[in-house]
Design a protein around this ligand. Structure first.
Ligand SMILES: *Cc1c(COP(=O)(O)O)cnc(C)c1O
Length: 381
């Protein structure tokens, strides 16, 4: 590299987009963490949910940043996700929400903490922990209070606790459950019943144990809508990434990720010409079409094609036309003053992932977690 080139590189603005990139802003992450934390009592612990690559963002950078700014606990879905966090330098406790017995050895080797949600999983884990001469290995008990997904029922409390009291190998670090419809104001009565059931389960566990454990129930919307149900810890995922599941809360949070790309090429087509595979788009007039290097292999599903989804270019909306290809989309930029290499926004804090998701009837959770590992992550500090 010549001196001139290296100087140019140093002087060029970091933010100039030259390819498809998912830009992750750690300042916004701090803002969201602080906002969610401001809803908690000082003694309530904060568990950040960083499963699925921190909701598609970048689990290593996000977990390390959250660890530095004071998160107490992490949660992932699967054992391998916890292993990756340990390899990335995360030292805080990590709850594995949905471990499979086949991974228990690995889980213990990396000091991860399993959710024990069924008799089979409980028995399997105790047997292994005893076999390894573990003492007081931290485990978490999940109870089903209505979601009917994972967990023991209230009727299982006595049997579960007597098994746990019969061994020194494990120690109950927490008892938890998960809300069914915490974002849904129409489900207030159902949620209140869940909270009551959870309280009753915790009281029964507590009565039989001579040591303390953490109780936790709320996800992000639970934290925001049910302050009376924070217990000892809360579990926030979507909130720390900048979505509050309501217009009101979205105003208090900042989406941390911007999915950006560029215009690779521009074509002008005449009436009667088509764009993309299977001629799914046919023009009825002269149109200007831009090709963008992002496709369904990057996480922009085919459902966004044929005029449903859109991108923004110079703050103007350009609909995705025709079928989404594996590596490309074509958008209609007729009337937008743009040229090849110009920046394209798929979503950012203004054109949010939630808005784009809505164009196909899905939710921000699905869109952001789908952004594939092929897309380069750029961390902004
Ligand atoms: C994913 C998950 C969360 C996080 O929910 P958000 O709505 O993203 O805050 C919390 N608890 C459990 C059990 C989960 O699976």
């Amino acid at each position: 590299m010549t001196l001139k080139n290296s100087r140019q590189m140093r002087n060029s603005p970091m933010s100039k987009t030259q390819e498809t990139v998912l830009e992750i802003n750690l300042k916004y992450l701090t803002h969201n963490f602080d906002y969610v934390k401001s809803k908690l009592a000082d003694t309530t612990k904060f568990m950040a949910v960083v499963k699925a690559f921190a909701y598609g963002n970048a689990a290593d950078a996000i977990a390390n940043h959250l660890q530095n700014i004071g998160v107490d606990y992490f949660a992932v879905a699967y054992t391998q996700e916890g292993v990756a966090l340990r390899d990335a330098g995360v030292t805080k406790p990590i709850l594995v929400l949905h471990p499979q017995p086949v991974n228990f050895k690995l889980l213990i080797a990396y000091g991860l903490e399993p959710n024990l949600y069924s008799t089979k999983v409980l028995d399997g884990f105790i047997a292994l922990a005893e076999d390894q001469n573990q003492t007081d290995y931290p485990v978490h008990l999940k109870f089903n209070t209505g979601l009917n997904r994972l967990g023991f029922t209230e009727n299982d409390v006595d049997a579960v606790i007597s098994k746990l009291k019969a061994t020194n190998a494990v120690n109950i670090a927490s008892v938890f459950s998960h809300l069914v419809a915490s974002e849904d104001t129409d489900a207030y009565d159902f949620t209140t019943t869940q909270i009551q059931t959870f309280k009753s389960i915790c009281a029964r566990v507590s009565k039989q144990l001579n040591y303390a454990f953490l109780r936790h129930l709320c996800n992000t919307s639970g934290i925001l809508n049910y302050p009376e149900a924070h217990f000892d810890m809360v579990r926030s995922g979507i909130g720390v990434y900048g979505f509050g599941n309501s217009d009101k809360e979205n105003n208090n949070l900042i989406p941390i990720a911007s999915l950006k790309s560029i215009i690779s090429q521009i074509h002008t087509i005449n009436a009667g010409e088509s764009v993309g595979y299977n001629r799914a788009y046919k023009s009825d007039s002269v149109r200007t079409i831009a090709t963008i290097p992002i496709g369904h292999a990057d996480g922009i599903s085919r459902t966004y094609g044929n005029g449903k989804g859109f991108v923004s270019i110079h703050n103007k909306k350009a609909p995705i036309i025709g079928n989404v290809c594996m590596d490309m989309i074509m958008v209609d930029v007729t009337g937008i003053n743009c040229k090849e290499s110009d920046e394209v926004i798929l979503f950012d804090r203004k054109y949010t992932a939630e808005q784009l998701a809505k164009t196909t009837g899905t939710i921000a959770y699905e869109l952001i977690t789908a952004i594939s590992q092929r897309v380069k992550r750029r961390i902004v500090k």
